[in-house]
Design a binder for this molecule. Structure first.
Ligand SMILES: C[S@@+](CC[C@H](N)C(=O)[O-])C[C@H]1O[C@@H](n2cnc3c(N)ncnc32)[C@H](O)[C@@H]1O
Length: 253
């Protein structure tokens, strides 16, 4: 038996980094068909109100409640879009919805659920900078809301040791002013001072600022919650005479 009443569905969609031009056509189509939009306040506000559409804004820290609410509404026959910024599978709502689905009643598992990708912040930032993620890379969420700092530190240390380029999401907030400074200290203890660090703030919005500095000049205040930080691998370099940074396609054996 399907868990959904006739017509109900749930889409978990990524709105991209900010610009309307970077919202995919399939996400726009889902938003146009929806009866309900669910998400963190600033993301829901990116969706234009219209008759027949109910906007459900909620605070940042209630992901699982929001996910359960979205599942309930879809089960009741509503056409629900859960919105995230960037991509919904990157430190965002898709995993929270599946967590709620797994923990919830079994008759919900037959719901029509789709995840629609979006352009994640690190890719939008990398494109602005050139191609700093042109070889192997990884992404680390620097927020210790959902994991202990010791895990973050270990992953960062091993990523540096393996010489990945690294994208740092959620680098620094008012509630967590110290973590990013500790991450920079860790980098300084094992990387060349000339290692390139890209601070990409509010990419694809009118507030966008991109700044590339050597590690020796990187300061914690250069990042905030609207910034994704790209740490170049040891091979990342500037193209002389341009503002571009890239990582060559090959690594010498
Ligand atoms: C909770 S995570 C969500 C990531 C999102 N799902 C994505 O795929 O981009 C929020 C973090 O993403 C990064 N971020 C999101 N939008 C950004 C943008 N337009 N420019 C720079 N960084 C951004 C920042 O590091 C921010 O603290």
């Amino acid at each position: 038996m399907s868990g959904a009443m006739q017509g109900g569905w749930l889409v978990i969609a990524g709105l991209g980094p900010g610009s309307e031009a970077l919202v995919t056509p399939e996400v726009s189509a889902a938003l146009a068909e929806a009866t309900d939009i669910v998400g963190y306040i600033p993301y829901v506000r990116r969706v234009s109100p219209r008759p027949g559409l109910t906007l459900h804004e909620s605070d940042n820290r209630v992901e699982l409640d929001r996910a359960r609410h979205a599942l309930e509404m879809a089960q009741q026959g509503r056409q629900v879009v859960v919105v995230s910024s960037g991509d919904p599978g990157v430190f965002a709502m898709a995993a929270a919805v599946f967590e709620a689905l797994e923990a919830g009643p079994e008759d919900r598992r037959g719901l029509d659920i789709r995840v629609l990708p979006g352009i994640t912040a690190m890719l939008a930032a990398a494109a602005r900078a050139g191609a700093p993620l042109g070889h192997d890379f990884c992404a680390i969420n620097l927020s210790d809301n959902l994991k202990p700092w010791s895990v973050i530190e270990r992953r960062l240390r091993l990523a540096v040791e393996a010489d990945f380029a690294i994208a740092l999401y959620n680098p620094r907030s008012q509630a967590r002013p110290e973590g990013f400074g500790r991450a920079l200290d860790l980098l300084r203890s094992s990387c060349d001072p000339e290692r390139l660090i890209i601070f990409a703030r509010a990419v694809s919005t009118p507030d966008e600022v991109l700044r590339t500095v050597p590690l020796s000049e990187a300061r914690p205040e250069m990042a905030d919650m609207r910034t994704v930080v790209l740490i170049g691998s040891s091979a990342a370099r500037r193209v002389p005479g341009t503002g571009f940074v890239y990582t060559p396609r090959g690594v010498e054996g």
